[in-house]
Design a protein around this ligand. Sequence first.
Ligand code: GDP
Length: 480
Amino acid sequence: ESLSVAELAQKLHREPSEIIKKLFMLGVMATINQELDQDAIELICADYGVEVEEEIRIDVTDLEIYFEESEETVEGQTERPPVVTIMGHVDHGKTTLLDSIRNTKVTQGEAGGITQHIGAYQIEEHGKKITFLDTPGHAAFTTMRARGAKVTDLTILVVAADDGVMPQTIEAINHAKAAEVPIIVAVNKMDKPTANPDRVMQELTEHGLVAEDWGGDTIFAPISALKGEGIDHLLEMVLLVAEVGELKANPAIRARGTVIEAQLDRGRGSVATLLVQDGTLHVGDPIVVGNTYGRVRAMINDIGRRVKEAGPSTPVEITGLSDVPQAGDRFVVFEDEKTARQIGESRAGEALQEQRVEKTRVTLDNLFDQMKQGEMKELNLIVKADVQGTVEAMAASLMKIEVEGVNVKIIHTGAGAINESDISLAAASNAIVIGFNVRPDVNAKRAAEEEGVDIRQHRVIYKVIEEIESAMKGMLDPEY
Ligand code: GDP
């Protein structure tokens, strides 16, 4: 078999110039289209640690395909624990609730266990397990979703009864809605004399969360995270909603799931907390995690115990990866180490190349093209303005825009500057952000540049409408 320099470069996921340079160092002068003999190919491959006998190029490097692939699909499936995230406005009690649940439940059956913060933990209630992602804040939730990983089955929305619905409460609702994750409302701080749960229920009604008592289908659970009151009832409600969702997984297949967090540890190397979403993960398993790979060397559970295996919905911290993956990366176990290594290396190479390719997020400039290609059925918008009245007026006018084939969908609105959370929601939902008399703050600006999110700033309402409408009709004047 012979290959040109360009073909070899492609198979190795390297730049041709790099191959040419290497050949030069080996005393071979080559041009990009030059055919290389077996010896030269072997020399170069040896340099990259690739054996030529192996098929160098792996066609399927998309982990999502392995992730979705289901052996023995339905057969062998059993119930799995729900994975829960806690969201809400700052200071409404997310951390207190996470700690309270953990302290009262984790240690009961596991005497002597030492709390280990690995980014997630599991508890048992009425003989049923529940997994909590111990990373409060919407950023973690949306980062994962923006990267295509759905991990959460259910969101507990914490609202302080003495404070009511606040901007981040609404953000959280919209994040959960966009991800189609059911919400249970925990009305917190019920121990406070100023607690007013009716007001919370009233305010949430305006955001589509209507209590069962009021004819809706949202569960409201009054709690005091601080005093540990109402927690049992809240957990029962979690189990109830989980049951309706019929969450299933097959413990008999090779594990797959998502990275919750990861970092480089001085002594242990790359350390990653994985959430097993299907199958069972074992020590020794050959694994591809995002753009890295390895063998699971050791596993530690959420109470710091070494474990040999981890089933569906279980979080574990693993070591043994060649590099540090990112939160939200998928992982998949393969049958042998060779396959895992090949796929891992191919992915690492592709990732390097992809860094240079621009992401194709929707912008007003490419909107019409995407619509034409049938890729856009809905234009997602986030609307921010200086005052609430304007927000509502703008949202109402925008929703009236009608262009054949595409609906305008307002996924989030708010008064105040465009913030980082708006951008992460936009990135996760492929939305455009409209700012009326408001600007993005520093973090939002940076995030928008990184993520390629389009922000349109305006000072006149009809201009906003006009701009969106003409973009949808492909009549936007190009900006110079
Ligand atoms: P987070 O920002 O949502 O994580 O909120 P924290 O859990 O840090 O709580 C913010 C403050 O509210 C802390 O001072 C908590 O002690 C307090 N807090 C949380 N839950 C309760 C509660 O149920 N009752 C009362 N009285 N205070 C609470």
